[in-house]
Design a protein around this ligand. Structure first.
Ligand SMILES: NC(=O)c1ccc[n+]([C@@H]2O[C@H](COP(=O)([O-])OP(=O)(O)OC[C@H]3O[C@@H](n4cnc5c(N)ncnc54)[C@H](OP(=O)(O)O)[C@@H]3O)[C@@H](O)[C@H]2O)c1
Length: 266
């Protein structure tokens, strides 16, 4: 498993993490993923999977990087602190590695939200602060009110079928050394479907590259995401077999020519 630096923290994290939105696989697929080096689990208070994650990391907490999120509905100062306490309890841990704001919500003054986030780091309950679904202006405003700590990551949708972050957010994060956690990297499984089921030229090219490299289409799609320096991908699977397949998206690289063919086709 390839590692990448989280933001500019000096902390190395795996380039494949384990997503848990709508996760119903129990402890075993997550444990298998961790064993294969995907020792980063992404959850959220809004997913109702923090308890399952807690079960999967029980006894191996120190080997796993836990990323969770406060809902965009709980961004008031007291609500946010309470959400963090509840996540810690459900996860069965006394610290969260990466605490992310799930989505921006202008109803709450961002100064208040970031003050609470900073306090969690001051109290040792959170190691690093991240955001999710923030645009550049929202990131800059949040950072402005978080004077003592950097925002180390932004979790956003990124896959071959949705490359909108390449317009400005991805270059911005690359320049500032902010990690992108690419969510829905398989486009909810669509990028792993053989073109006989969804016939399109771009899917044929993905299939060709899969055959040429001897990797599955899903692995090629994930490796295309992680070919960008600051991007790590967090696919979700309920199945141990597909979790293994997804973990094996790392440890090799598409060639620049293969990346270009994909980038031109999609
Ligand atoms: N911050 C946000 O707002 C946000 C939004 C969405 C997602 N996320 C995070 O990103 C994670 C991943 O995104 P996602 O769950 O939306 O989509 P995804 O990982 O792109 O796709 C998940 C779907 O693909 C299937 N799948 C997984 N591996 C496969 C493989 N190798 N071959 C074929 N099918 C496969 C899964 O089915 P099985 O489970 O049956 O294998 C599931 O139906 C989430 O779990 C969550 O942690 C964050």
């Amino acid at each position: 498993m390839e590692l990448k630096e989280l933001g500019k923290t000096g902390i190395m994290i795996p380039e494949i993490g384990l997503g848990t939105w709508r996760y119903k696989g129990g402890a075993q697929p997550l444990r298998k993923g961790i064993e294969l080096g995907a020792a980063l689990i992404d959850t959220a208070e809004g997913y109702y999977t923090e308890e399952a994650v807690g079960e999967a990391i029980s006894g191996i907490r120190d080997k796993v990087f836990i990323a969770t999120k406060v809902s965009g509905r709980h961004l008031g100062y007291n609500d946010l602190l309470q959400s963090a306490e509840e996540s810690l309890y459900k996860l069965g841990t006394d610290y969260i590695d990466l605490y992310q704001i799930h989505w921006p919500n202008p109803t709450y003054p961002i100064r208040e939200t970031m003050q609470a986030m900073g306090e969690l780091v001051d109290r040792g309950l959170v190691r690093f602060i991240g955001v999710s679904n923030f645009d550049i202006d929202e990131m800059e405003e949040a950072q402005f009110f978080l004077s003592h700590y950097p925002i180390v990551s932004n979790q956003v949708r990124y896959n071959l079928n949705d490359r909108s972050i390449e317009m400005d957010l991805l270059p911005y994060c690359e320049e500032k050394d902010i990690t992108i956690l690419a969510y829905t990297p398989l486009d909810d499984g669509n990028l792993a479907k053989k073109p006989s089921l969804i016939n399109s030229n771009k899917m044929n090219i993905l299939d060709d590259i899969s055959q040429e490299t001897g990797k599955t289409m899903g692995q090629v799609a994930i490796n295309w995401c992680t070919s960008r320096k600051k991007v790590i991908a967090i696919p979700k699977s309920n199945s141990q077999e597909r979790t293994i397949e997804n973990c094996e998206s790392s440890g090799w690289r598409l060639s620049p020519e293969e990346i270009n063919r994909l980038s031109e086709a999609f």
